[in-house]
Design a protein around this ligand. Structure first.
Ligand code: AHR
Length: 509
């Protein structure tokens, strides 16, 4: 009997499916055009975010001066050391949703006199405000991060926002700057980045774009230069690739002064809890990074139509994986705590690769969040702490910072294609390759045009289980290891297991 069309397709697909299931090799080829510049990879594309949420700030970064946990003036010493190791170009604080209910005066002056407030967004716990502006700036100085303050537009006033800037940046001689000096900092804080509201389409006031734009114009009028520091004002952008928000905000702004930055938020959600992903769930979540890239391209194109000279920079102000929460973990470790697995690291590297490839369209990208919340770099539990796989993804990709991104041509348009970014400096090319396929290893060929690869070394982050994680009991289960790579005849070749990240350093002839 003649096979039906369906049987024929099934028969042809069978070897591929079997190969994929067994994790056997398939191949992928890309071409790196080392002489086609894209744009400098600003270190801020590897930025971070800390909120008063769960145990990110309290218990995570901040343990308090009296804590038995080793600390530097109340800042967890281990976190400071690890964050210095990975390098934190910029740190956004205090929210998130928390920012639009935060009144900065609650967090200055002697600790015992600071008011106790209720965190209405993240569990109604009582906040003692022991971590405030001075503590945040001290942390930024300890880890060499540029501070980014997200100010309150949702429930604050223009005066409150303006005064915070004067308090931080005016050197001395005004009542507010002298108050800062009395509170321990003769040096002004020189804060450049100022968020003018957060998610004002949601937790920041449930506004329509026109309503937010009217408030943005009013508040930002008073966001001024103090002490010679010209503020970089960041307006609230869309939820994901919401072009309606962007159009209506910029239509309403027409003729008035725009912000320096426009911030989109883009989370990669899943219905699976972080350690119970199956291949399908992993594929679904990781495929979202193709939408992140599309959103960057489309939002920038839309901005260009209002701002052809690109005076307004595009930010991805919050991004990362947001898995289904485990109630017992929320109770034990705080709100939005999730385990960080090999799959999370692959997601982090896919995100960073997108930002590298689109480097000329972006000014800053902040992963959410730095410790114990969502896509974190560090997890803590009392005195215990570990570096997550996301930490190692950032560590492996940090070599790209400040380098010129170059064009990568990838013939595979699928959402789970091998992801590649490349950047150069002097006679060196750095290439990051991510295999996001949960069950398929890849034989990779990376042709390099415009220069000749003389030699290459590589490291890899990988585990056979996509749900494997660094935990308090096994903190170094997954760390970067050397990877065999060949550089010959104008090509790099290597094998990339399923769910792996590799960074290759190439010496050019
Ligand atoms: O990062 C957690 C929350 O996600 C932030 O507070 C908010 O801005 C976003 O919805």
């Amino acid at each position: 009997m003649k096979p039906t069309r369906r049987q024929l397709i099934a028969a042809l697909a069978a070897p591929i499916a079997t190969r994929a299931l067994r994790g056997q090799n398939s191949s992928a080829s890309v071409e790196i055009h080392s002489n086609v510049d894209v744009g400098t990879i600003r270190p801020e594309l590897h930025g971070h975010f800390a909120e008063h949420l769960g145990s990110c700030t309290y218990g995570g970064l901040w343990v308090g001066k009296q804590s038995p946990i080793p600390n530097i003036n109340g800042h967890r010493r281990q976190a400071v050391e690890w964050l210095k190791q990975v390098g934190i170009p910029v740190l956004r604080w205090p929210g998130g949703c928390f920012a639009d209910d935060y009144h900065w005066r609650d967090g200055i002056g002697p600790h015992e006199k600071r008011p106790k407030t209720v965190n209405i967004h993240w569990g109604n716990y009582t906040e003692d405000n022991s971590f405030g502006t001075h503590e945040f700036i001290e942390l930024c100085r300890l880890i060499n991060a540029e501070p980014y303050l997200a100010a309150n537009l949702g429930s604050g006033t223009p005066q409150e926002m303006r005064n915070w800037i004067e308090y931080c940046n005016y050197p001395s001689g005004s009542t507010l700057s002298d108050e800062r000096i009395t509170n321990g900092s003769a040096e002004p804080f020189k804060v450049k980045y100022w968020g003018v509201g957060n998610e004002n389409w949601g937790c920041g006031g449930e506004m329509h774009p026109e309503e937010y734009c009217a408030l943005y114009r009013q508040f930002s009028t008073y966001v001024r230069t103090f002490g010679g520091v010209r503020p970089f004002k960041i307006a609230c952008g869309p939820n994901g690739n919401d072009t309606n928000w962007t159009r209506r905000f910029f239509d309403a702004l027409r003729g008035k002064r725009g912000p320096e930055g426009y911030a989109m938020h883009f989370y990669s959600n899943s219905r699976s809890t972080s350690t119970s992903f199956d291949n399908t769930a992993a594929e679904e979540q990781l495929a979202s990074f193709q939408r992140v890239e599309r959103a960057v391209i489309q939002q920038r194109a839309l901005l260009d139509s209002y701002d052809p000279d690109r005076r307004i920079g595009l930010l991805v102000d919050e991004w990362g994986v947001w898995d289904r929460m485990v109630p017992a973990e929320q109770k034990q470790f705080g709100a939005l705590f999730q385990q960080i697995t090999m799959r999370s690291a692959v997601a982090a590297a896919l995100g960073l690769n997108v930002f590298h490839r689109q480097a000329e369209k972006l000014v800053m990208c902040n992963i959410a969040q730095i410790v114990n919340v969502l896509h974190s770099l560090i997890l803590t539990d009392g005195p215990r702490a570990c570096r997550t796989t996301t930490f190692w993804a950032f560590d492996m990709l940090k070599a790209h910072r400040n380098r010129m991104a170059v064009r990568v041509a990838n013939p595979d348009p699928s959402a789970l294609a091998l992801s590649v970014s490349a950047s150069k400096q002097g006679g060196e090319l750095v290439v990051t390759l991510v295999n996001p396929k949960p069950a398929q290893a890849l034989d990779v060929t990376c042709a390099i045009s415009g220069s000749n690869p003389a030699s290459a070394t590589a490291t890899i982050l990988n585990h056979t289980s996509l749900n494997a994680a660094n935990t308090f009991d096994q903190p170094d289960l997954i760390t970067p290891k050397p990877l065999a790579v060949t550089a010959a005849a104008g090509k790099l070749t290597m094998k990339l297991p399923a769910m792996s990240i590799a960074t290759v350093t190439v010496k050019l002839a």
